[in-house]
Design a binder for this molecule. Structure first.
Ligand SMILES: [Zn+2]
Length: 275
């Protein structure tokens, strides 16, 4: 079974979890580490002969166009993660339209050859309150799939509790590849990347992923370049839980990712969806 590997290509300071500590206007003062961290992931994927989908933040594309070209040149799919990492739950349709257009322009300016067809909403903010207006805006910009719906009900910031678990047509023109969860005993368990991958033991991810594959479903896995960077600057004025979520096990992610791509087969989102 081929699963989809996705990287949300943003830097350590773009994260929602740190948004109170680092203002958007201060991003340019932060140490840009995305180039080195992404290159480490690219090298790891090369060693294992794995292709992935990189959902690019337009802000990063403007500052590291060479990196985006390198991602494409190494055979990976280029997708879009917005320009300013704005959560759909915090903006208007007009602001989303503008941010998306800006992201597409920035990504095109890097000189890549392909045109992105896939979108990942920052912080999985494609929810019941936003999807009605956000999906038509994706269609308008020529997207063919979205991979942003987390089909869970427990999280305060994201999730659609009763959303389908397998890829499906979410509108006439758009596929949705929902974030993978394991359904067991009538409950849905998240595991497919990011904090779930770092905070729980690797064997938890492996168990859930095997079960989902046994149930006949491909998994979409996600990770961020800053998650393989234990040396990133430490922000002091964070709550205990914010610190835990951002810094826990950063020194183990790269090794776990190696194990993951050894234990499972991966390719791009586009290839799994066969579009
Ligand atoms: Zn993100």
């Amino acid at each position: 079974m081929k699963n989809a590997l996705s990287i949300d290509l943003e830097d350590w300071f773009c994260v929602k979890n740190l948004a109170q500590a680092i203002k958007r206007d201060d991003w340019d003062k932060c140490d840009l580490r995305v180039r080195a961290n992404t290159t480490r992931i690219l090298d790891l994927l090369d060693r294992h002969n794995v292709r992935a989908t990189f959902f690019i933040l337009g802000w990063v594309a403007d500052r590291a166009p060479d990196l985006i070209r390198d991602v494409e040149a190494r055979g990976h799919e280029i997708g879009v993660h917005g320009y300013n990492h704005l959560l759909l739950t915090e903006i208007t349709p007009e602001e989303f339209d503008e941010d998306l257009g800006k992201a597409l322009e920035a990504i095109a300016r890097t000189g890549i050859k392909s045109r992105p067809i896939g979108f990942r909403a920052p912080s999985f903010s494609m929810v019941n309150a936003t999807k009605g207006w956000a999906l038509p805006i994706l269609e308008k910009h020529g997207f063919q799939y979205d991979s942003s719906v987390f089909p869970v009900g427990f999280h305060p910031d994201y999730g659609i509790a009763d959303a389908p678990l397998s890829p499906y047509k979410i509108t006439d023109k758009l596929y949705e590849f929902p974030m993978s969860v394991l359904e067991m005993f009538g409950r849905r368990f998240p595991f497919c990347g990011g904090g779930y991958f770092r905070l729980f033991p690797y064997t938890y991810t492996r168990y859930c992923m095997r079960k989902v594959n046994e149930q006949g479903r491909a998994v979409v896995f996600y990770l961020h370049p800053w998650e393989v960077d234990p040396d990133q600057p430490r922000i002091k004025n964070l709550s205990r839980s914010q610190k835990f979520r951002h810094y826990r096990n950063l020194d183990q992610t790269e090794r776990r990712l190696s194990r993951l791509v050894n234990d499972f087969q991966f390719t791009t989102v586009r290839e799994v969806l066969q579009i």
